[in-house]
Design a protein around this ligand. Structure first.
Ligand code: 48H
Length: 275
């Protein structure tokens, strides 16, 4: 009997109210943010962690109930991940254990690596809206992305006759497309004839990883791309089940986003009338 536990008297209504109020407060706060990242795979989580560590108001939107994207599993349903040097230094930063498989190639456990990255992003203060699917973007006159249009993921799974549920919009200074191979946001802009989308090329690790990191950045006013979406956006080779470029791309997206926010801050300051 020494192990018995007596819980507090909080009841059903208290539990419901606690969830409702906390969710509503957070959504209200993040209706306007500095950066919205769409996609919670390794690149989106890295970008979100970096921006949150830098003290930025950043929200990550993920259509699934779980975060991590393809980072839980390496390839062919085998839950081991690889990274090539120098990306093992990021594993060090996250406290993810790994073995050296061969010179400059490291292997880690997928579940351990993925859960550590998610925890690090949450610890840094990244806010997350899960079960939320990007539907569209807010596009201002003159052609600048100024927000995301989102809906509950289950709305898309409903039968057509009961899906008349309008999405909602969240405003932001910068959107990052981290939706992986699909590059969902760029696809929306491509459908409107605003960008070209060549799609990613065949596998060639040596050519791919450096290029993905190099091309990580702004692709349209107010829109950046990181991770596998970079390969889709620029027609780069795919790299298969190795994740160094995804982690480094997210890290670069942080630096690029901070530079964009700083330029925007200077522009607004310089445009303000002198008192
Ligand atoms: C909300 C969405 C939407 C949407 C998608 O695929 P990911 O893991 O993406 P990356 O770029 O961080 O990592 C890519 C890597 O996992 C990979 O596939 C590699 C290295 N492939 C190499 C190769 O050769 O194939 O994660 C994307 C996330 C997922 O969690 C999706 O659920 C989410 O984005 N997502 N979220 N609204 N419309 N579309």
């Amino acid at each position: 009997m020494g192990n018995s536990v007596s819980f507090s008297s909080a009841g059903e209504k208290d539990i419901t109210r606690a969830i409702l109020r906390s969710f509503a407060e957070q959504l209200d706060e993040y209706v306007e943010s500095e950066v919205v990242i769409v996609g919670g795979g390794p690149s989106g989580l890295m970008a979100g962690m970096g921006l949150a560590r830098a003290g930025r108001k950043v929200l990550l939107i993920e259509r699934n109930n779980y975060l991590g994207g393809g980072f839980w599993i390496g390839g062919y349903l085998m839950n081991k991940l690889t990274v090539r040097a120098p990306a093992h230094l990021i594993l060090d930063d996250l406290g993810i254990p790994y073995d050296e498989a061969t010179d400059g190639l490291y292997v880690a456990d997928g579940p351990h690596a993925c859960s550590k990255l998610i925890a690090a992003a949450c610890d840094a203060g990244l806010r997350i809206l899960s079960m939320t699917t990007l539907d569209d973007v807010v596009l201002r006159k003159g052609g600048r992305v100024a927000g995301v249009v989102v809906n509950w993921t289950p709305v898309n799974a409903l039968p057509r006759q009961i899906t008349c549920v309008d999405p909602i919009a969240l405003e932001t200074q910068l959107v990052i497309d981290a939706t992986g191979h699909d590059a969902c946001i760029l696809r929306r802009l491509r459908d409107r004839g605003l960008v070209e989308l060549p799609d990613y090329g065949s596998m060639d690790v040596a050519a791919s990883e450096d290029a993905v990191v190099e091309y990580t950045g702004q692709v349209f006013p107010g829109l950046m791309v990181c991770g596998m979406a970079v390969a889709t956006a620029h027609g780069l080779a795919r790299m298969g089940p190795t994740f160094g470029a995804m982690l480094e791309s997210g890290k670069k997206a942080t630096a690029e986003a901070l530079a964009v926010l700083e330029r925007e801050r200077t522009r607004v300051r310089d445009a303000a009338p002198v008192a």
